[in-house]
Design a protein around this ligand. Structure first.
Ligand SMILES: *Cc1c(COP(=O)(O)O)cnc(C)c1O
Length: 374
């Protein structure tokens, strides 16, 4: 079989002082999400009129930047988040990287940044994973979290699209996500704050959305909740999403309801994958505007029996309670397997190669050791 070398377009400059086996084992033992980084990073540079160059896999290092770099002042940046999974036979796989490549390109267009081609995006990931494959953990639920990033590095305080841009990908081993037991997390429904406006950047994976969500997130914590749920900014009436996860509701009849992608909601790959799997099962999946009042009433009347959040980092997070100034509504305790649990199992079974992959979502990056020809 003829396969392209994984680092074909990204030149590998090895880290001459990688972590020792012992340092790596300690770092990977129980990593806090996003706090541990591997030995390398991928990077490339873009300059107006010249395009992309310097595609490299290099030792992980700080990115020297002029203090006038546009990203530091005007947040001209976009990012992505996806995971590499080690299968039982030792092989390493990505989940739907084309979807993340397409979303990064869409985000880049909105933020007037240059697009990274799908080929470059995947070559960067493959090159980085190949270089740091001993950082991909193998125990159940663990993975290598990949964080592609596009930043405007041009030193300029003029408010205009930067002419110098860097593409960087870092990798972090992450542990098995632990949900908050069977009860699920408590969610604070933000009243004073909104995440996104029509015509703004709510459907773009960009730093500013996250910066603006930190105070409401703090407010949630102050009310004993783990996450915030935002309402639409126009009418303060429809539920949209959490700070970094999409929302799904399950009815007593087994049908599923989720906010439609209005332009103020981030189109999650996990959301799309779960909706696809639910439709595969023959469930009715409705994507439409959902009033908070409808949701609360549905929960109280027993019509809505489950709520969960979904995203790459935590996969599926069951929600146990919705709280705000005027209400505190608990979801019922469920008998038997919840849809959230079933979706977590079904999705991770595909990601870890324990189940068939009917939609061709998995892409092998590193072969199983015994099948290598060298
Ligand atoms: C990244 C993100 C999600 C989840 O997207 P996935 O592709 O499933 O990881 C949801 N909401 C927001 C605001 C996000 O930034």
């Amino acid at each position: 079989m003829e396969t392209q070398a994984p680092t074909a377009s990204f030149t590998h400059i090895p880290n001459r002082r990688p972590a020792t086996d012992e340092e790596r084992w300690i770092a990977m033992e129980n990593p806090v999400f996003g706090k541990v980084f591997t030995d390398h990073m991928a990077r490339a540079s873009w300059r107006e009129g010249e395009g992309w160059s310097d595609r490299r896999i290099v030792p992980l290092a700080p990115i020297p930047m002029h203090p006038g770099a546009a990203v530091l002042h005007y947040a001209q940046q976009v990012f992505e988040g996806l995971k590499a999974y080690r299968h039982e036979d030792g092989s390493i796989w990505l989940f739907r990287p084309e979807a993340n490549a397409a979303r990064l390109a869409a985000s880049a267009r909105r933020m007037a940044l240059p697009e990274v081609s799908e080929a470059d995006f995947i070559a960067a990931l493959e090159g980085l994973i190949a270089a740091d494959q001993n950082w991909v953990p193998g125990s159940p639920g663990t993975s290598l979290y990949l964080r592609p990033l596009l930043i405007a590095t041009e030193p300029s305080l003029l408010v205009q699209p930067a002419s110098d841009v860097d593409f960087v990908v870092t990798a972090s081993p992450v542990g098995a996500y632990m949900s908050n037991g069977d009860a699920g997390v408590s969610i604070w429904v933000s009243t004073g704050f909104h995440r996104a406006n029509a015509g703004g950047t709510g459907d773009v994976k960009t730093a500013g959305n996250y910066a603006a969500s930190m105070l409401p997130q703090k407010e949630a914590k102050d009310h004993g909740c783990q996450q915030v749920l935002f309402l639409d900014a126009r009418e303060d009436r429809y539920v949209e999403e959490l700070g970094g996860m999409n929302l799904v509701a399950v009815r007593a009849d087994g049908s599923v309801l989720t906010p439609r992608l209005t332009g103020t909601i981030l189109p999650g790959v996990t959301r799309d994958s779960i909706l696809t799997l639910l439709r595969d099962q023959g469930r009715t999946v409705e994507e439409r505007d959902i009033e908070l009042a409808e949701l609360l009433q549905g929960i109280e009347e027993g019509e809505i029996v489950e709520l969960f959040a979904c995203g790459t980092a935590a996969v599926v997070t069951p929600i146990g309670r919705l709280v705000s100034d005027g209400f505190d509504v608990a979801l019922p305790a469920l008998e038997g397997e919840s849809v959230a649990e079933a979706m977590l199992t079904q999705l991770t079974d595909i990601q870890y190669g324990r189940a068939d992959d009917p939609h061709g979502w998995m892409r092998q990056v590193v072969e199983a050791p015994e099948s290598r020809e060298d």
